[in-house]
Design a protein around this ligand. Structure first.
Ligand code: NAI
Length: 245
């Protein structure tokens, strides 16, 4: 167990990659605050964590709302005593070609995928600075380098890279690492919503020839959260079967 008695917060933990990350951290010995707008989903994940002999705390949180994030971090600190690991995984997509993208499409995605990550890092960093220890892992995307139909999503995910590199520099001397994981094309409800024709085209572009599993991303997050990764900060790590080379 690489994360024995560590205390973690995972956002977007109700399903998909966030759920896999939460279960993996628990399997490695961590207690986990599982946060999501979908409370039923995180209640289910928390009870799975409890069955593994760890503590799972479900919280209803919209990461794009500053006050809800503040409450989440205060509540996580109260429940667990400290916060060793923060995984910013919550994310949405509202894909459209530029000429059809509405203001709403733009603002919604920036609010959740970028501003939400900023709120969570800012509040958690206050706790982690006091502790002199922390591991922050931000889930960006292969799309941060640009992807047709994803101007909003790519801008937010590239923003996460810049934000993470700045946080890594600011927090390095405080015992806090900040790293970015960029999933490629992972089998979750988000990607199952992609039309079959486009799915097939994307899979053809993956050198390893298959979609990834949420657990592939979770394994990398667990490594970055562990003491084995103590000398890794500000890194951008692709988990995409070679999609981006
Ligand atoms: P998903 O749609 O299956 O799960 C996302 C979770 O985030 C859901 O449980 C949802 O309720 C939650 N969420 C949405 N808005 C929220 C908010 N405002 N506050 C709190 N929680 C919120 O997505 P998936 O595929 O598991 O993606 C997880 C992360 O990985 C996202 O950041 C996504 O952008 C990123 N990603 C996913 C890829 C994929 O292939 N599935 C590829 C690259 C990045």
């Amino acid at each position: 167990m690489r994360l024995k008695d560590k205390k973690a917060v995972v956002t977007g933990a109700a399903r998909g990659i966030g759920k896999a990350i939460s279960l993996k951290l628990a399997q490695e010995g961590a207690d986990v605050v599982v946060a999501d707008i979908n409370i039923e989903g995180v209640e289910g994940v928390a009870s799975q964590i409890e069955k593994m002999g760890r503590k799972g705390y479900p919280l209803k949180v919209d990461v794009s709302k500053r006050q809800e994030v503040e409450k989440m971090i205060i509540s996580a600190k109260e429940k667990m005593g400290r916060i060793d690991i923060l995984v910013n995984n919550a994310g949405i997509n509202r894909d459209a070609m530029l000429h059809k993208m509405t203001d709403e499409n733009w603002h919604e995605v920036i609010a959740v995928n970028l501003t939400g990550v900023f709120f969570c890092i800012r509040e958690a960093a206050k706790v982690m600075r006091d502790q002199g220890y922390g591991r922050i892992i931000n889930i960006s995307s292969a799309s941060w380098m640009g992807n047709i139909g994803q101007a909003n999503y790519s801008a937010a995910k590239a923003g996460v890279v810049g934000l993470s590199k700045t946080a890594a520099r600011e927090l390095a001397r405080k015992g806090i690492t900040v790293n970015v994981v960029c999933p490629g094309f992972i089998d979750t409800e988000m990607t199952r919503a992609v039309p079959e024709k486009i799915r097939t085209k994307i899979i053809e572009k993956i050198p390893m020839g298959e979609v990834g599993k949420p657990e592939d991303v979770a394994n990398m997050v667990a490594f970055l959260a562990s003491d084995e990764a103590r000398y890794v900060t500000g890194a951008i790590i692709d988990v995409g079967g070679g999609l981006v080379l």
